[in-house]
Design a protein around this ligand. Structure first.
Ligand code: NAP
Length: 280
């Protein structure tokens, strides 16, 4: 039986630590707000935005909501970001993705001041992470590192196989695992012999966006399995990229979906916000 890595519990511990740090900062007169911008009313985005606002309220950080209509022009959004860049009280700016098709996401990400880039997506943040300089780390990969470390799992020297090379999960995940001294293999849709490669992984991180794709044939005995995927199955139940009931009996530890990686993403966003307030 594998240990079930409890992302809900670990994210709650992190949020409680952040709440204390935010209270200490407040007592020193250091406060700040997270500006959350949503364009359009995509139902999944609405849930994510609401969760972010609730997390801010829990930790004791002000959140400012900007709900813009679907037909907002790119230049209007860029103008709002510039105004928020200039606002002293705003310490973090988050634009909920995806954006409507007529708005260029890269342009929007690059418009956010790197000092307020709490999502860690700005090229300057990515560059800093790549060369090991201080800066905001992208929330999902940073959350996975916390999840593994706080579960008492050693990373150094382990072979970590990552499925997926997106800019928000796979690629930064590889860099952070490398920083933790893992030996890293990155795989993607053109990779040959995926099951054989995955079967060599001490730590297998699955971020492919394919519901219940990874079964027993991908899992090494006693591997640690981190499932980043999040989907609704045909019964409207949440599931991951991993077939949990096949992987769990082989693994030594595994994240469930829901309650694994998901809650960590918001906890790390809050961590970046507190860091930004600390840095003034
Ligand atoms: P993405 O941009 O769609 O990237 C998927 C990656 O998986 C791509 O690199 C793709 O390869 C690779 N891939 C697809 N099919 C494959 C296959 N058959 N074999 C090997 N590799 C394959 O997705 P993402 O944004 O990284 O997200 C991945 C999953 O994580 C999604 O389910 C998403 O909803 C979830 N997610 C969860 C959280 C959270 O907080 N829990 C946060 C972010 C994302 P190519 O590059 O060759 O196309």
């Amino acid at each position: 039986m594998a240990e079930i890595i409890d992302g809900k519990k670990i994210s709650q511990q992190i949020k409680d630590e952040l709440k204390e740090r935010a209270a200490v900062l407040r007592a020193q007169g250091k406060t700040g707000a997270l500006a959350v911008i949503q364009v359009g009313a995509d139902p999944a985005s609405c849930v994510y935005v609401r969760n972010k606002k609730n997390a801010c309220a829990y930790i004791g950080i002000e959140s400012l909501a900007y709900e813009l209509p679907e037909d907002t022009k790119e230049e209007e959004l860029l103008k709002l970001i510039e105004e928020l860049n200039q606002k002293e009280q705003v310490k973090g700016i988050l634009v909920q993705l995806p954006l409507p098709k007529h708005i260029c996401e890269d342009k929007v990400i690059q418009a956010i001041s790197p000092k307020k880039d709490v999502d860690g997506f700005h090229p300057q943040s990515v560059g800093a992470m790549t060369i090991g300089e201080p800066g905001f780390l992208p929330c999902t990969p940073a959350g996975i590192i916390e999840l593994i470390k706080r579960s008492g799992i050693e990373i150094a020297g382990k072979h970590c196989v990552i499925i997926g090379r997106s800019n928000i999960v796979g690629k930064p995940m590889a860099l952070l695992m490398l920083r933790e001294n893992a030996t890293v293999t990155i795989t993607h849709s053109k990779t040959k012999n995926l099951p054989e490669l995955c079967k060599q992984a001490d730590i297998l991180i699955v971020a492919m966006g394919k519901p219940r794709f990874i079964g027993a044939e991908y899992v090494k005995e006693k591997a640690v399995i981190i499932d980043v995927g999040i989907h609704r199955d045909e019964n409207n139940k949440l599931c991951g990229d991993v077939i949990f009931e096949e992987a769990e009996p082989i693994a030594s530890a595994i994240t469930p979906v829901p309650g694994g990686v998901g809650p960590m993403t918001i906890a790390m966003l809050m961590s970046n916000c507190v860091q930004s307030i600390e840095e003034g």
